[in-house]
Design a protein around this ligand. Sequence first.
Ligand SMILES: Nc1ncnc2c1ncn2[C@@H]1O[C@H](COP(=O)(O)OP(=O)(O)OP(=O)(O)O)[C@@H](O)[C@H]1O
Length: 257
Amino acid sequence: MIQLDRLSMTYKGGVIGIKPISLSFIKGQFTVILGASGSGKSTLLRCLNYLNRPTTGTVIVEGLGNLHNRKVLYEHRKRTGMIFQQHQLISRQTALGNVLVGRLAYHSTLRSFFPLPKADQYIALECLDRVGLLHKALTRVDTLSGGQQQRVGIARALAQKPQLILADEPVASLDPTSTHKVLSFLRQTCQEDGISAILSLHQIDLARIYADRIIGLSQGKVVLDGKPADISAYELKQLYSDKDSPDDEGFQESINS
Ligand SMILES: Nc1ncnc2c1ncn2[C@@H]1O[C@H](COP(=O)(O)OP(=O)(O)OP(=O)(O)O)[C@@H](O)[C@H]1O
């Protein structure tokens, strides 16, 4: 469904986000990216819809083409829902208002200045219902709990009617119960709707439970790739004991000083 060919990304100033990576993501899979802090998980996710523009290589989306093409990129973004760690909601808006943002790509900029059609409002309400928050539709999101806000974020992504969901540490700020609720809902919804999902997580145990496929990154490189059952606990643990990691060096220096 999505093919990366020797994709790399270097930030301004020369920091390497990811080294050349070639990968394909298969339609309908629930893929979890694991890796220590600074290993390149967010960079890779953001390259998948050009929020970070790759420095080298290509992203080809099946049925659309190369993301270098502006029209292809626009269409791909329209079909891609993003879920963020800190929800990225409009705090003064209601849950419904936030979920409606997911419908904006289906309208011209001019049209989006006016209330969206009833059909969009219905889709947004339906998505809020799916995440169990219909009763909070008219509540300001900054009065909701962290878990509820993340569910609004998921409803917004679903309102886009996406074929792909990219989620950057979607449960990082949630307690264990909300974490499982959010991940199992996301996985079930993706299965039911045939949505492919690529998530970055920090928790190995969650990746083992929910992923169809785990990709392990270390220092911007793919060092593991397979089904959870085919990857050993030792290999996964190694991802987080990377003594060569620049972040690890910095951390060691700071605790040694
Ligand atoms: N905006 C930026 N400008 C410069 N360097 C950056 C920027 N964002 C990330 N980096 C660097 O790119 C590398 C990969 O970072 P990235 O955020 O992708 O890692 P990550 O695995 O998502 O980390 P974390 O788990 O802490 O979120 C790191 O060395 C990081 O310092």
